[in-house]
Ligand binder design. Structure first.
Ligand SMILES: Cc1cc2nc3c(=O)[nH]c(=O)nc-3n(C[C@H](O)[C@H](O)[C@H](O)COP(=O)(O)OP(=O)(O)OC[C@H]3O[C@@H](n4cnc5c(N)ncnc54)[C@H](O)[C@@H]3O)c2cc1C
Ligand SMILES: *[C@@H]1O[C@H](CO)[C@@H](O)[C@H](O)[C@H]1NC(C)=O
Ligand SMILES: *[C@@H]1O[C@H](CO)[C@@H](O)[C@H](O)[C@H]1NC(C)=O
Ligand SMILES: *[C@@H]1O[C@H](CO)[C@@H](O)[C@H](O)[C@H]1NC(C)=O
Length: 494
């Protein structure tokens, strides 16, 4: 098992290994480089480019639904005026940030981590990495999983009755064929999440017709892109504020507005529902009614809220080329879809926007002293480490705020803990839950979406006390990551 005991010549030894060069891995690299310059580390990235999610998804219109002022890096403020951005722009921003801070040198592309084993004899991880068919081993004191939260190889499998009958083209948004021309095609998009809501206006530009076919609706909120806060909105604000200060102002502004919107949804669910309903009604064409097409069975923010920049989704519905249908599929036929109420939708293309298959830590098998750890049975410490796994960090972000705000908190906790260990001469940190704990496991996600529910049993849970609780909200967690107690719940070995 222990490859450090094999010929030492072919094993490279590091302080820390980061898996993944998505936004979380890159942010972590920046934090390590600036706060702990003496730590040697490297990033292994399976793909040929940085960006993770934004490099994988190529469907028409692909964009963020968070503002980039908080989704982007705090150390490289988002330079564009519009807060929502398309995938390409996010990628070029990430590349620019990496180049500006010399982070390229840490990234190894086409390096896929296939296993990781902790040895208590050597107090090190041994990480097997595949590069162009050759597997090489590396050892490190620490490992950071920045591998995202879903399966890159396969989307969520959803039973769609009769799909195999279909003679036209079936596309899953995770694997959009970028060379496929959908001009003048009749398209049915199955789903009602962020992806479907992004696709409808984008496809309607050239398709003959596009229908969003949903089983149940989601909340859709329009957001003006010429943001009109008195501080940051007007064009002239770019001239008077230096870029770094403007970046901070915008960041705080978006952090607080998003936070308060989500908080108000929790405090006053009925009133917020009415508010969203009113805002939606004025944007609907007369042929579409609130009920059943836009009235979810849950309150706002119990599931991820969908965003329509400048109301693009609703604008598309005012043209004859886009429509929403709510109903259940009886069967897919050779040339369309039949619903249980008898409706028939013709289609040349069916897009299955039915969600992601969530996956913990890139699916990398983790072993501690030769024993495979079932992470689904474990609870998370401060949302950043997994119970009983030594010197391993895990990067997840928020689902009701920008993801990056959460993974940056983890990066802060990592840097502080590494400094603390260095100062005290500690080799190993491992989260240990109190033996007699009566903790009720809680979901770490707290969203009721289908794809989240489907995955929960495969993910570590959170507890209900102390450092085992899930993240709460940005202002609280932001402060905790910087100044809070980060030794509570950890067991240290010199
Ligand atoms: C279409 C879409 C839109 C989204 N929009 C938003 C949004 O607007 N706001 C928001 O907050 N969140 C959004 N999200 C969630 C989004 O995924 C995260 O916000 C963020 O991009 C995740 O970054 P990450 O670095 O944690 O993971 P990822 O972007 O998933 O990157 C993980 C990286 O790890 C690599 N990797 C995985 N396994 C291995 C392995 N074994 N070896 C080596 N490398 C490996 C992958 O190749 C990938 O590059 C969106 C998600 C999707 C799918
Ligand atoms: C790794 O990359 C290869 C080639 O780009 C891809 O086929 C595979 O699905 C990726 N695997 C993971 C786990 O991301
Ligand atoms: C966001 O979600 C977390 C759970 O992930 C929850 O505890 C928190 O209250 C939510 N934040 C707001 C502002 O509603
Ligand atoms: C952190 O919490 C632990 C356990 O509750 C406690 O022993 C320790 O003194 C705390 N550290 C600080 C700096 O408050």
């Amino acid at each position: 098992m222990d490859s450090t005991e094999k010929k030492s010549g072919d094993v490279e030894s590091l302080d820390l290994i980061i898996v993944g060069a998505g936004i979380s891995g890159i942010n972590c690299a920046y934090r390590l480089q600036t706060k702990l310059p003496q730590v040697t580390f490297t990033i292994f990235e399976n793909r040929t480019s940085i960006g993770g999610t934004w490099d994988l998804f190529k469907y028409p219109g692909i964009r963020s639904d968070s503002d980039l002022h908080t989704f982007g890096f705090s150390w490289h403020p988002w330079p564009h005026p519009s807060p929502i951005a398309e995938g390409d722009l996010i990628i070029s921003y990430m590349k620019e940030s990496v180049a500006a801070h010399g982070l390229d040198k840490y990234i190894n592309f086409k390096h896929k981590v296939v296993s990781a084993d902790w040895s208590s004899k050597t107090n090190r991880w041994t990480v097997a990495v595949e590069n162009e068919g050759v597997t090489k081993r590396y050892t490190s004191r620490f490992m950071v999983l920045g591998a995202g939260y879903y399966d890159y190889n396969q989307p969520l499998k959803v039973e769609i009755p009769g799909l195999s009958n279909f003679r036209g083209k079936i596309i899953h948004p995770q694997f959009w064929p970028t060379d496929y021309d959908h001009t003048d095609k009749k398209i049915v998009v199955i789903g009602s999440g962020a992806t479907a809501i992004t696709l409808i206006p984008a496809l309607a530009k050239t398709a003959a017709h596009v229908t969003m076919l949903q089983r149940s609706p989601s909340y859709i909120v329009s957001q003006p892109q010429q943001w009109s806060s008195p501080w940051t909105g007007p064009k002239w604000s770019h001239k008077i504020w230096p870029r770094s200060i403007l970046g901070t102002i915008k960041r705080l502004y978006f952090m607080w507005t998003t936070h308060w919107f989500a908080t108000l949804c929790r405090w006053f669910p009925k009133r917020m529902k009415e508010m969203v309903k009113k805002a939606t009604l004025v944007q609907l064409p007369p042929r579409l009614k609130w009920d059943p097409h836009f009235s979810p069975a849950y309150y706002p923010w119990q599931q991820r809220l969908c965003l329509a920049p400048d109301g693009d989704f609703f604008k598309a519905l005012h043209t004859p080329k886009a429509d929403v249908v709510t109903g259940h599929i009886r069967t897919v036929t050779e040339d369309g879809i039949e619903l249980t109420d008898g409706t028939k939708l013709d289609a040349d293309v069916v897009v299955t926007a039915t969600g992601l298959r969530m996956l913990f830590g890139g699916g990398i098998p983790l072993q501690v002293d030769g024993e495979r750890i079932d992470t689904a049975k474990q609870i998370l410490w401060n949302g950043a480490m997994v119970q009983d796994i030594p010197n391993l960090f895990y990067m997840i972000g928020y689902t009701n705020a920008s993801w990056t705000l959460g993974s940056d908190e983890t990066a802060f906790i990592i840097c502080r803990l590494l400094k603390y260990m260095e100062r005290k001469g500690i080799q190993v940190s491992v989260p240990r839950a109190p033996r007699d704990h009566q903790m009720k496991p809680r979901s770490s996600w707290q969203l009721t979406s289908t794809y989240v529910k489907a995955a929960e049993e495969r993910f570590p849970k959170s507890g209900d006390q102390g450092p085992w609780r899930p993240r709460r909200h940005v202002p609280n967690d932001w402060a905790h990551a910087r100044w809070g107690n980060i030794t509570d719940g950890l067991h240290f070995t010199a």
